[in-house]
Design a binder for this molecule. Structure first.
Ligand code: FAD
Length: 429
């Protein structure tokens, strides 16, 4: 008789809610991870996220093997097939896992939960990747907050440091079953040349965050925790603990933005496809494919936009300030559908996160939650004066800036701005 802990976006062996409960169940626990073919089959074979996940699983495997004489069981199929196999191979009594709020994941979990219940196997799921989820933070009339500041105020009001107490892990309750750990090639992938920047929670990245976070040339100006939060390498409780220890609460506010967008996606699962404000779906996007290609390649002739797009292409990361500028440029200067930009970021960002990506793209296009008036259009040139005065960031990524081959601007700023205002105004009448 065994219990299963199903790892998804919680790839760590400490302060893990569902794993804590599984190990406290009294049953030997088999840790499982499924490379879900429904998700990964369309990815390029050198996808950097897969390399990253693989390296995280290898670390988990090494600890399980060396410290607890156990193993993680990896499957490379769709979750339903994996669970049929797991239930054939073992006498499974219970399955433990942490919540995932994306529409695909909630549907998948309902399906797996029903399958397990039909076999009399108990199914236990827990909040783990956020401090507040689903309906934890709602208005007096029980409706969700759709504006960030009141959401944040309520979040802070409800917050209590007891919510940060870590969930202990009883390692000796892992099942003593050794399993071969497959190579990356056996899963159909190869090592990527893009790597995730290591994090240092105790570093200056959080200490001086307020002063440094808006300047893309300062490499350590933000935490670079994105991928670690995305895959749950770090516990959110630990990160929030660090954030509340800071005299300045800006970093905490960013973590609250993350939860804000997660609850928006959970309450409004249609938003990856449709604008939160439906009338914005009336905008007649120009969707010029040649211009879209130039934007992707960093060949718009606007140095800050090009620097950001080249940083993204080469490293899988782009600074937040520049993400805002390139997204605004695509939706407003080029009048290209935010969904195109969202999809390209989804392919390329190492910290890609559906809720944050959709939320921020809709914010950039003016079509989402919160107040983002469409007539506020970033000027990609004055943004340089404000945030990259010495051109240090631009020069790092746009080496051909002074060369004759560097493109002339794809659109004139003033003309594009007026075209955008006119188009939006007419569509939103
Ligand atoms: P820090 O500034 O150190 O922030 C710490 C953490 O707070 C981040 O890792 C992230 O988890 C969270 N956070 C910060 N800002 C935001 C925000 N605006 N919305 C939601 N969470 C936030 N973030 C993603 O995690 N995944 C995405 O796919 C993503 N797509 C974006 C698309 C656009 C168009 C824009 C404008 C922003 C996007 N962001 C996304 C938000 C933000 O740019 C990144 O979280 C941040 O740049 C990651 O770097 P960092 O870890 O150093 O962030």
């Amino acid at each position: 008789k065994v219990a299963i802990h199903w790892f998804r976006r919680d790839l760590r062996l400490y302060d893990n809610t569902a794993l804590h409960h599984a190990l406290s169940s009294g049953l030997p626990v088999i840790p499982v991870f499924i490379f879900d073919t429904d998700i990964i089959s369309g990815l390029p074979e050198d996808d950097a996220r897969i390399s990253f996940i693989y390296s995280l699983l290898k670390n988990i495997q090494d600890t399980l093997e060396n410290t607890f004489s156990s193993s993680i069981h990896l499957y490379h199929t769709n979750p339903e097939t994996a669970f049929i196999q797991i239930c054939n191979d073992y006498d499974v009594q219970a399955v433990y896992t942490n919540h995932d709020y994306e529409p695909y994941a909630t549907e998948r979990d309902t399906c797996i939960g029903n399958f397990l219940k039909s076999k009399n196997i108990s199914w236990h799921t827990y909040k783990d990747q956020v401090i507040f989820e689903k309906e934890d933070i709602v208005k007096k009339d029980n409706s969700p907050y759709i504006v960030y500041t009141p959401y944040k105020n309520k979040w802070l009001e409800k917050f209590d440091s007891s919510l940060l107490v870590p969930f202990s892990i009883k390692g000796n309750n892992f099942a003593s079953i050794k399993k071969k750990f497959p190579t990356l090639t056996e899963i159909g992938f190869k090592v990527s040349d893009k790597t995730v920047t290591p994090y240092d929670l105790s570093s200056i990245r959080i200490n001086n965050y307020e002063e440094t976070r808006n300047f893309p040339a300062i490499a350590s100006g933000t935490s670079r925790l994105g991928p670690y939060l995305r895959f749950g390498v770090l516990s959110i409780r630990e990160v929030v603990q660090k954030a509340i220890e800071q005299p300045n609460k800006t970093f905490l506010s960013e973590l609250i933005w993350r939860e804000f967008f997660m609850q928006i996606l959970w309450h409004f699962p249609h938003t990856p496809h449709s604008a939160f404000k439906p009338k914005y779906d009336r905008i007649p996007w120009r969707n010029n494919e040649i211009e879209f290609e130039k934007w992707k390649k960093g060949l718009t002739g606007y140095p800050l936009v090009d620097a950001g797009m080249r940083q993204l292409q080469q490293t899988g990361y782009m600074h937040n300030r520049v993400r805002m500028v390139v997204a605004s440029f695509l939706c407003k200067h080029l009048l290209i559908d935010w969904r195109w930009g969202e999809a390209y970021f989804a392919e390329t960002l190492l910290d890609y996160e559906l809720a944050a990506n959709v939320g921020n793209w809709q914010w950039a296009s003016g079509s989402g939650v919160d107040a983002a008036p469409y007539f506020r259009i970033f000027n990609p040139t004055t943004q340089i004066t404000k945030f990259d005065k010495s051109h240090s960031y631009i020069k790092t990524w746009v080496k051909d800036l002074q060369e004759l081959s560097y493109p002339t601007p794809i659109v004139d700023h003033k003309t594009a701005r007026e075209r955008c205002l006119e188009t939006y105004k007419k569509a939103l009448l």
